[in-house]
Design a protein around this ligand. Structure first.
Ligand code: SF4
Ligand code: SF4
Length: 414
């Protein structure tokens, strides 16, 4: 608590966070920008404010894009304050029953994976295919305002299943952590990651035991579920001796590199293990540039790049994807005006706050369209989902790919 109080004190209420907050730009509400939220969290944890549902909703209305933190002259650790506030409110108010039920299932990886498998079999009941686009739309208004939202399809075969037959030898042993989205939805991204790593001479193993990294639970204040998943991932990925653990999802990468170390400060055994895992973990872009990747044949495509917030601001991985894209595209790579602005996806935020998420996504789509690119590349499946929907809403045919997919394509051309 003392640490958090010191963070509260650092905020001098200058309002610099307002200038860069995607949510504040849409709503103009003080309670929805870092400065306002800090005061609300301070008030509720010091007993001046009541932990009402209204207050919990204001604290929930954040993309955790950390643009505010990057732009804060006082160096306030806003993320620390926000997560503390969410944990506090989850303890005071309890989690909403839907979230509680979701995280309960999430904590049981076998049950969760079985649920996703069933979703892949029966997705046709709830979602219809969209003509001329890859993706589906909900058949009924299951969630408010979601009827026209373009969603990706669940894959019939998971990445783990597909990778089973592809084990090979190589000079470095890499364990790949695909995360829920790539293992179940963007399986083609996972296959491209494996192809690219193998092309660069590595042995790639995808462990059979897969689970969510725990971030959705962590950011909603369910620490116990996040820890339970963290222990599962740590034990699975330290059980096999590997040179590196590779991630290709911005959020999973940050969780394995930094999140578990922050989560297990009060559990010495797991803190040590979390540090070991963190040392071994690399985002795919980072690994390839660090090792000096094999140059691909150039693709004749105009491509721009969207920076996933966490990869860019937390892991500082922003030059590496550009270096790879320039190797694949040469002069056909073009920057958008604001490549590092949040796309509005932010994981489950786009489910719980879709109208706001959609408005933020619209600005990102317009920025992408303005570049004249045929493809927007990124390094996070969550961003891919949001960008696909945002571009479709603008009637654009710009395609969305992971950087690894373009590099894999460049290798095929060789
Ligand atoms: S920019 Fe930093 S110091 Fe200024 S109001 Fe926002 S959080 Fe406080
Ligand atoms: S993390 Fe992003 S959305 Fe949340 S307050 Fe900061 S700038 Fe706004």
């Amino acid at each position: 608590m003392i640490e958090i109080q010191q963070e509260f004190l650092k905020c001098m209420r200058c309002g610099n966070c307002q200038a860069v907050c995607p949510i504040y730009k849409e709503t103009k509400m003080e309670a929805e920008v870092a400065r306002g939220k800090i005061q609300l969290i301070k008030g509720v944890t010091e007993g001046v404010l009541k932990p009402t549902e209204y207050l919990a909703e204001k604290i929930a209305t954040c993309l955790t894009c950390l643009a505010c933190q990057e732009n804060c002259p006082s160096g306030v650790n806003y993320e620390k304050i926000l997560l503390y506030g969410r944990d506090y409110l989850a303890k005071e108010n309890g989690l909403p029953p839907v979230k509680k039920a979701i995280f309960k299932v999430l904590r049981k990886p076998r049950l969760f994976n079985f649920g996703l498998k069933m979703a892949s079999r029966f997705q046709g009941l709830a979602m219809k295919k969209v003509k001329g686009r890859s993706g589906r739309k909900l058949r009924f208004g299951l969630l408010e305002d979601h009827e026209n939202r373009l969603l990706p399809e669940f894959s019939k075969e998971t990445l783990v299943e597909k990778a089973r037959s592809k084990q090979t030898s190589g000079k470095e042993k890499l364990l790949y952590f695909p995360g829920c989205m790539i293992n179940n939805v963007y399986v083609n991204v996972g296959e491209a990651v494996i192809d690219v790593l193998k092309h660069n001479g590595a042995q790639v193993v995808v462990p059979e035991k897969q689970s969510c990294c725990g971030t959705p639970a962590r950011v909603h204040g369910d620490i116990e579920s996040a820890k339970s998943l963290g222990r599962y991932v740590i034990d699975t990925y330290l059980a096999t001796d590997a040179d590196y653990v590779i991630t290709s999802c911005s959020t999973c990468g940050v969780t394995l590199r930094q999140g578990y170390v922050e989560l297990f400060t009060d559990e010495p055994e797991y803190l040590e293990k979390a540090k070991k895992l963190a040392e071994k973990t690399r985002d795919i872009n980072e690994y390839l540039v660090e090792k000096g990747f094999i140059r691909p044949k150039k693709l004749n495509l105009k491509v721009t790049y969207h920076d996933p917030c966490h990869l860019n601001r937390k892991l500082k991985v922003n030059k590496q994807p550009r270096e790879i894209l320039k190797a694949v595209l040469g002069g056909n790579f073009r920057e958008m005006k604001k490549p590092a602005t949040c796309c509005g996806g932010a994981g489950s935020f786009s489910l719980t706050h879709y109208p706001l998420s959609k408005a933020i996504g619209r600005k990102k789509a317009l920025d992408i369209i303005e570049t004249g690119a045929e493809v927007v590349a990124t390094s996070c499946p969550g961003c891919m989902l949001q960008l696909n929907d945002a571009l479709a809403k603008q009637g654009s045919n710009i395609r969305v790919f992971h950087v690894a997919e373009l590099l894999a394509e460049g290798y095929k051309e060789k």
